[in-house]
Design a protein around this ligand. Sequence first.
Ligand SMILES: [Zn+2]
Length: 446
Amino acid sequence: MQDLAKYSFNAELSDEKALERLVQIENQVSSWLIEKGATSPIQTQGKFISLTGDGAGNYHKKDTTSDAGIFKEYSLTEESGRDQIFTTKIQAIYDNKELTIYTSLSITSASNTVTPHLVFPRCPKIIRTILANFSDWKFGDEHLPIPRPINAMGGREETYALCDEILNPRRRLPLIVISLDADEAVWNELPSSLANDLIALSQIYVIDEEGSWTLTDELGKQNSCYLGAVRLYWPITDKGKDPDSIVWTAGKLQQAFGESNKGLKKFCGNIRRMIMSTAALTLSAPKSLREIQNSATIERLKKLEDSARDEELTEIVEENYRLEGELAETKALIARLQWKINHLESQTTAPPPDDEESEPREAANDETHIQAKSGELRYYKKIGKKGDTDTLVVTAPCNHPSSCWTPAHKAIQAEKGLQKLEGRDDWRSMQHCSRCTGGGRWKVQW
Ligand SMILES: [Zn+2]
């Protein structure tokens, strides 16, 4: 079995409200199963021909109540025509204080074949329904990401709030920033597509050129996001350090996926798979789940056995409980280590920076910079500002006609930035494009 994704969210509720919500969720699960082809999902188990899969489907329902709380589990398996069995397990756990919905998606090979399954999972519809119907879900103490991009356009408080959130050491979910640079962005629908795909797993933010300037100023160029790039910031694992992040520049997106809608879907699928598989490795069921099950077992045994044996049985159950706890901790440790390995792999398998000294280099959204040579023609864009000096990066030329280029006058801040970036000030000419937006684009003949 291979875990594809996990979702976890919770809400603090009174007993009365929790019971009410558990009934509503059960009704929503029933409707979902009926949509899938089940005829009588009220029973504890059943088989049906799946309308959404390619073969047989079956479901089962478990219900446990004890002093420690209520535990309900709904599990659905569906066969796909390609030797794959998909399982969606929805667990509702109420510990007399908090209701947690913990969901896992997994895949098994029907013929026991040992092979990794390259699937691009999606958030199950039932999870979307449960999320949409109640507005008080959280992830631990954090707000759950909203399934729409947050506008952190430049100069607004939201941009500074975004910087704080990127550096927030208590953040436990990945966060994605998309630069909506008018001249560079590859797909206009990317923010809404990603926000919809990564519901409950990652918050998407969009920034414009000015927003990028703020990010560069606050986080430094190496952690910024500009010129149509997309950057994923993992939660901070080492206190006092910057969060690990992965960046896709506009050029790389264009090159690897293309500008079409198909390319957009492919890119979203890749990101979804990366974040979902990380969630699958790192999220675990709330501890109260075992407490509820164990106390239910004890209660049952107490009813069955003589009172003299109660103590012994309690001991056995407690011992089992302790061992289970240790096992869960060990599993969590393995998962964290596995996550680190995957994460490091994702960094090392990223395409190496293009070091070809050919024509205008793509703005790399990182620190690698090769100094300009005499005779070279280079294009630059502003990505931030430090004091009276612009922060510039080398970029590709724009598509505007040559009549748009005019000699730069009184561009003191840009000149200072150019000098700072290249370590020399002996350019032969410096021109500015009047059509490029924001801080514009500079054409420099060295
Ligand atoms: Zn231009």
